[in-house]
Design a protein. Structure first.
Length: 293
């Protein structure tokens, strides 16, 4: 499933063609994705302009001139394909052709600037909802989310506070979207390695007895910010289904330190460890048992 860097990469690809443009025609080629589409979905979009395109955790948020917000989630296999007037997909150095099978092109946005944005989702775990802007904070999919890891509200103190008293593992805590929004399995593994913290460590050990953040919390907060920033700069990680809107593959997977590198030497300088894979809460965890404590 795409994580925060992949969704942010998609947002940056869609923004130039959606923001400031109007929905001239909307094709809903089926009535549902993961859930049924909103009632009058096409009618409520056609004629509306996109004021801005934002992101909250792994959700895309298109602010509409109608006062509603189009909330979109890519699910496990969803992707957008953008066609500009006179151009198709704008391939680059990391371009790999994607399936354009019409059977999986479920939603098509025809914009007033001539661009066409097509949502393709073979597994149909994605979703689209229309939410009144005034009630966005009450939206069930968003209201319980923790702070954005790249936002001003996230720091060592907020991380330690969210983990204080938790008996669960640090890996499980970071995957809890109430602790920090948008992190998934890949970037949790990578951030923990950069912070030299074991995924098996108790989450509560990020705070001292008074609940204040310790050096571990500071190192982890910095590592989370750094790995997400690096991944966004690289266009995300292209595993299985993820592609950018122009068809390019993200290439952060070539910079993985531990994820999917079982048996490889630890990349930490002077470390003699070997990357190990374990299973936590049904998910693969990759880490170095020597330098991650």
């Amino acid at each position: 499933m795409p994580e925060l860097p992949e969704v942010e990469t998609v947002r940056r690809g869609l923004a130039p063609v959606l923001e400031g443009a109007r929905f001239v025609k909307v094709e809903a080629r089926r009535g549902d994705l993961r859930w049924p589409l909103p009632s009058d979905f096409v009618r409520r979009l056609e004629g509306q302009s996109v004021i801005g395109l934002g992101r909250r955790a792994k959700y895309l948020l298109a602010d509409l001139s109608s006062g509603e917000v189009l909330l979109m989630h890519l699910g496990m296999s969803g992707s957008f394909r953008v066609q500009q007037a006179g151009a198709d997909d704008m391939p680059g150095d990391f371009h790999h052709a994607r399936s354009k099978a019409a059977a999986h092109d479920h939603i098509v946005f025809h914009m007033s600037n001539g661009a066409v944005a097509t949502f393709n989702d073979p597994r149909r775990f994605g979703c689209m909802k229309l939410v009144p802007r005034a009630h966005l904070d009450e939206e069930p999919l968003l209201r319980a989310l923790g702070p954005e890891p790249l936002g001003n509200a996230f720091d060592a103190a907020s991380l330690a506070s969210a983990c204080a008293g938790r008996k669960t593992s640090l890996k499980a805590a970071l995957l809890d979207q109430r602790v920090v929004a948008g992190l998934g399995n890949i970037y949790v593994c990578e951030a923990l390695h950069r912070a030299h913290l074991s995924p098996k460590r108790k989450a509560s050990t990020l705070a001292d007895r008074k609940g204040a953040p310790n050096e571990r919390a500071k190192a982890l907060a910095d590592a989370i910010r750094t790995v997400l920033t690096d991944a966004i700069r690289a266009g995300g990680s292209s595993l299985r289904d993820h592609r950018q809107t122009d068809g390019e593959l993200g290439y952060f997977q070539h910079s993985f330190r531990v994820y999917d590198r079982e048996g490889a030497p630890c990349p930490t300088r002077s470390c003699t460890g070997t990357i190990r894979r374990i299973v936590q809460n049904g998910r693969s965890t990759f880490y170095c048992p020597v330098c991650q404590k």
